[in-house]
Write a protein that binds this ligand. Structure first.
Ligand SMILES: Cc1ncc(COP(=O)(O)O)c(C=O)c1O
Length: 369
C-alpha cells in the first residue's frame, strides 16, 4: 500500500477509506480567495466531474459538511410540515433518516425489514398504495450498518415518480462503487460523501438535484440557510459557493475525481464487484458468515458475524495494532457480534489479501489464547 505517513494503517473501514498520496498531496495547495478566478475554475472543475459521477446533466451541489449534511439538506429542501414521506428502514442510517424527516415536521412512514435484509419492492408498492399523494421516497441505497444494499434503486425511483412523488437516494456509502445514473433512472436527489467510494478525505457532501426539484424550490423556498440549495445554485452560476468552502478538501476532491475519471466509472464499479466477491469468498473460507442475505449483499460494506466467544473490541484492537488493519465494529443490535469491512475507493487485490490474512491470523491467535 502507498503510505504517505509511516503511522498510516490500512484503513478497511466503511469510510473513511484509504486516500492516495496524490490526493493527500493536493490538499497542500495554497489558500486562495474563494471569491476569485482560481477558485471559480476549481469549483467549476469539481462540479463538472461530480456531474460525471452522478451521470447527470443537471445541477449538483457540494456542501462543506460530512455526508449527514447532504442528507439533512435533501430533507430540509424537500420536506415541509405535514408532508408524508416513505422511508424504508433496515438499519441505523435509514432509521436516522426517518427521524430527520420527522425533525423537519414531515410524517415518516417507515417501511421496515429485519436487519440483514431489505424491505421488498412489493412492500414499498403496498405502502405507496396506502399513502397515495405522498411527497417523497427517501431510500438509503446501501445500509452501511448492516452491509445490505437495496437492489432496486431504479425500480423504487420509478414507483415514486409514477405516484407523482420525489425520489431521493442516500448513496453515501455506495456511489462510485455502484453506478447510479440519476438522469436515466429519474432520481431527484442523490447524496454521497467524499470519504467513501470517491476515496477523498472526509468533509464534503455531494448532492445531485433534478430539474423537478429546482422548479419545486422556486415555488417553495426551504427554511434553511446553510443548506439552502437555491442559494448554492445561484452562486454556482458565477462559480462560487455561498459560504466559505473547505478549500483543502476541494483540492482533494478535484484530484480524487480525476483519479476516478482516469480509471473510468465502469471499471471502478467492476473493481468493486471483483474485490467484494473476493472478500466474501475469503471470509467464507475462514468459516465466517455474512450478516446480509445473499440477494442483498453490499459490494462496498461487508458485515460478518464473529465466531462464537470472540471479543469485538479486543479483536479489532489486535488487528489494528498487531497487523496494521483497521476495520469497524457492529451497530445497535449487532454491536459486539459483528465486524464490518469497507470495500471502497482504492480497494485492491493487495488490500483484500492483507485484510484476509490479518483476519485469519488474528482468529488463529484468539483461538489459541
Ligand atoms: C448510508 C449512510 N448515510 C449517512 C451516513 C452519514 O455520513 P457522515 O458520517 O459522512 O455524516 C453514512 C456514514 O457512514 C452512511 O453510510
Amino acid at each position: 500500500m502507498e503510505r504517505v505517513d509511516s503511522r498510516q494503517k490500512l484503513i478497511m473501514l466503511p469510510g473513511p477509506t484509504n486516500v492516495s498520496e496524490r490526493v493527500m498531496h493536493a490538499m497542500q495547495g495554497p489558500i486562495i480567495n474563494h471569491r476569485g478566478d482560481t477558485f471559480r475554475e476549481l469549483n467549476k472543475r469539481v462540479l463538472d466531474k461530480t456531474r460525471h459521477l452522478f451521470q447527470t446533466n443537471g445541477e449538483v451541489v457540494v456542501f462543506s459538511s460530512s455526508g449527514s449534511g447532504g442528507v439533512e439538506a435533501a430533507v430540509l429542501n424537500l420536506i415541509r410540515p405535514g408532508d408524508v414521506t416513505l422511508v424504508p428502514v433496515f438499519g441505523e442510517f435509514s432509521a436516522r433518516l426517518a427521524e430527520t424527516v420527522e425533525m423537519a415536521g414531515g410524517e415518516a412512514i417507515r417501511v421496515p425489514s429485519d436487519y440483514g435484509k431489505a424491505p421488498t419492492l412489493d412492500q414499498l408498492k403496498e405502502t405507496m398504495e396506502h399513502h397515495r399523494g405522498f411527497k417523497a421516497l427517501f431510500l438509503v441505497h446501501n445500509e452501511t450498518s448492516t452491509g445490505v444494499a437495496a437492489p432496486y434503486v431504479e425500480e423504487a425511483t420509478k414507483l415514486a415518480r409514477d405516484n407523482g412523488a420525489f425520489a431521493v437516494v442516500d448513496a453515501i456509502s455506495s456511489l462510485g462503487g455502484y453506478s447510479i445514473p440519476v438522469d436515466r433512472w429519474g432520481v431527484d436527489m442523490c447524496i454521497t460523501g467524499s470519504q467513501k467510494c470517491i476515496a477523498a478525505p472526509p468533509g464534503l457532501a455531494l448532492v445531485s438535484v433534478s430539474d423537478r426539484v429546482v422548479e419545486f424550490l422556486k415555488k417553495s423556498p426551504p427554511k434553511t440557510r446553510y443548506f439552502e440549495i437555491p442559494r448554492y445554485l445561484e452562486y454556482a452560476a458565477r462559480g462560487e459557493t455561498p459560504f466559505t468552502p473547505a478549500l483543502p478538501l476541494y483540492y482533494a476532491l478535484d484530484e480524487a475525481l480525476s483519479e476516478l475519471l482516469e480509471e473510468g466509472l465502469t471499471k471502478r464499479v467492476e473493481r468493486h464487484d471483483k474485490m467484494s466477491a473476493l472478500l466474501y469468498d475469503g471470509l467464507a473460507n475462514l468459516g465466517l458468515n455474512p450478516v446480509a442475505e445473499k440477494s442483498v449483499r453490499s459490494k462496498t460494506v461487508i458485515a460478518s458475524y464473529y465466531p462464537q466467544g470472540f471479543d469485538d473490541v479486543a479483536f479489532r484492537k489486535s488487528l489494528a495494532h498487531d497487523r496494521g488493519v483497521v476495520i469497524a465494529g457492529g451497530f445497535g443490535p449487532f454491536a459486539g457480534k459483528v465486524f464490518r469491512v469497507g470495500c471502497m475507493g482504492n480497494i485492491s487485490y493487495d488490500h483484500v489479501d492483507t485484510t484476509l490474512k490479518a483476519i485469519g491470523e488474528t482468529m488463529s491467535a484468539f483461538r489459541k489464547a
